[in-house]
Design a protein around this ligand. Structure first.
Ligand SMILES: NC(=O)c1ccc[n+]([C@@H]2O[C@H](COP(=O)([O-])OP(=O)(O)OC[C@H]3O[C@@H](n4cnc5c(N)ncnc54)[C@H](O)[C@@H]3O)[C@@H](O)[C@H]2O)c1
Ligand SMILES: N[C@@H](CC=O)C(=O)O
Length: 516
């Protein structure tokens, strides 16, 4: 299957394009990296450049852990140049009217839509997400641009009644300047458009450092931005290896040019960057890790709750920040629920090549992720947990494939109660009272998402208000949407992305008092 060929530094993989038959597969097969969306360089000030130190790093294929391509490994000096390019671009971009910025976002979104199969294929290539799921991810990513495009002309200031009779007070919103953005591997399209879309709609310029594991989607998005007529320096991409990323972080937190640091990733790295940024009073948006509780009360409809678990727990093979992590089920229904959930899982998932349009469950993104999941499951088994795997998950689906799995008999002393799983393990924990389950659900430093299923309206309000998280899904396992304020409390972060709150985050309010 693999016929890797080297061209301009990119190793290309021949994928079974005939199964889906989109032009994208042909393009990859024809090996035309620079005419399409593939490139292995960074994008600074409107130019495609390599690292000044001439370094490269490898990206690996989650399907078989083989080397996929080499990407420019930029360092601190390169990051500084990118910030300077963004600062220069800001001087003119800040004079653009909302309507002009709106038109740019529209063109970018249209270019992405026109290349959606290509972009989805790149996402599948570097993340291992099944192609059909990648198409959904590209749609979700484009939704953010559609939303910010529509909203930006409706972002107004206020007039405020002044206490002094002779004064008149009003506010305007202004762009902040250069936004430095850092994104994780698990959502390489939507996390980019969610940050960059809001920032540039609001009149800022951006330097983005994508994750070393999945830089190709960000590069492709920059290619489409360029094609859409994005002015040089408004969007800059700085690719870097795992080893060099900390020096990019240092530049982002120590350079006076940066006015806002927008980070999505783990709580540990977010905590470090937040503290560093605070030394210079750089505003931050921190979208960090989760450990979502999912509660099934005894009055819940079991079919609906099981579908909710499947949507929340197993999306992207369990690798999203809002995935259910601890599934609490009322003691009186836990056995019935496990049965319903298992039946639904058996009829929901199709395994096989991620390029097959029917396949809806893929491998984990890396060997590292696989090892972590193995450790959580071994810990659960050693403490009395019982493993129930999906019936259809037989056969060889690659070294990083882990089947969707239910663990019954889970208990609060298991690792998953404290540590984000980030994989397809559904741990079922029994509970007896509402008070007990709310206390258990809140017994975590994370506070990103929570879910629960009940048919009781009074319980619905009480539990929704009592859960300590930025987002709550009630009878709903899929809460992610471009229009909602997305974000967490406690160690899950600071600030909101998505919806109108995101545009507020990327602007400063200026209050103007006029004495008559
Ligand atoms: N809250 C959200 O919206 C959200 C969304 C997606 C993922 N996440 C979280 O992200 C985590 C998974 O992503 P990950 O493993 O890529 O996280 P990570 O923190 O290891 O890496 C995230 C990004 O930070 C970079 N990075 C790492 N150390 C750095 C440093 N010292 N300075 C500058 N950059 C640095 C990485 O290269 C990557 O680009 C999970 O915890 C998940 O819950 C949160
Ligand atoms: N892509 C996710 C974010 C966390 O991984 C989402 O927006 O739902």
């Amino acid at each position: 299957m693999r016929t890797a060929q080297e061209s301009k530094g990119i190793l290309l993989k021949e994928v079974p394009y005939n199964k889906v038959g989109t032009s994208c597969y042909v393009q990859l097969r024809l090996n035309e990296p620079t005419t399409a969306l593939l490139d292995n360089r960074s994008f600074i000030g409107g130019k495609w450049i390599g690292s000044s130190a001439k370094r490269q790093f490898s990206v690996y294929d989650p399907e078989d852990n083989a080397e996929l391509c080499y990407i420019a490994d930029l360092g601190r000096e390169d990051a500084r140049k990118a910030l300077e390019a963004a600062q220069k671009a800001f001087e003119s971009y800040k004079t653009w009217t909302n309507r002009e910025r709106r038109a740019l976002i529209r063109r970018w979104a249209d270019e992405i839509k026109a290349s959606k199969e290509d972009l989805a294929a790149i996402c599948t290539l570097e993340l291992g997400k099944p192609f059909t799921e990648s198409l959904g991810t590209v749609k979700y990513g484009t939704d953010f641009l559609d939303w910010f495009e529509g909203a930006i002309e409706r972002q107004y200031g206020e007039t405020i009644p002044a206490a002094k009779g002779n004064n008149r007070i009003f506010t305007i919103r202004q762009p902040q300047g250069v936004v430095a953005a850092i994104t994780p591997w698990n959502s390489p399209v939507a996390m980019v458009t969610r940050k960059v879309g809001a920032a540039i709609a609001a009149g800022n310029t951006v330097v983005l450092k994508p994750a070393p594991e999945t830089p190709l989607c960000a590069i492709a998005l920059a290619k489409l931005f360029e094609k859409a007529g994005g002015p040089p320096g408004v969007l800059n991409i700085v690719t870097s290896s795992v080893e060099r990323s900390p020096e990019i972080g240092q530049e982002f937190t120590q350079n006076d040019i940066v006015k806002h640091l927008s980070f999505t990733g783990s709580t540990a790295v977010g905590r470090h960057l937040h503290a560093e940024a605070a030394k210079k009073f750089i505003k931050t948006s921190m979208e960090l890790g989760g450990n979502a509780p999912f509660i099934v009360f005894d009055d819940a409809k079991l079919d609906g709750a099981a579908e909710g678990v499947i949507a929340s727990k197993f999306r992207s093979s369990g690798q999203t920040c809002v995935c259910a992590n601890r599934i609490f089920v009322h003691k009186s229904i836990i056995q019935d629920f496990a049965k319903v959930l298992q039946e639904k899982m058996n009829s929901t998932f199709t395994f096989g090549s991620v390029w097959d349009a029917k396949v809806n469950f893929g491998p984990l993104y890396s060997e590292k992720a696989f090892t972590k999941i193995k450790a959580q499951i071994e810990d659960a088994e050693s403490k009395g947990g019982k493993i129930v795997s999906s019936d259809a998950a037989t056969g060889n689906h690659g070294p990083n494939f882990f089947p969707p799995t239910i663990v019954t008999g889970a208990s609060p002393d298991m690792i998953f109660m404290k540590e984000e799983t980030f994989g397809p393990l559904a741990f079922l924990v029994p509970f007896e009272t509402d008070e007990e389950v709310i206390a258990m659900a809140n017994q975590t430093n994370a506070g990103l998402a929570s879910y629960f299923y009940t048919e009781n309206i009074s319980r619905l309000w009480k539990v929704a208000e009592a859960l300590q998280s930025g987002m709550v899904g009630v009878r709903c396992g899929l809460i992610s949407a471009c229009e909602q304020p997305f974000g967490g409390i406690k160690d899950s972060g600071v600030g909101r992305e998505g919806g109108k709150d995101a545009l507020d985050e990327y602007t400063e309010i200026k209050s103007i008092t006029v004495a008559l």
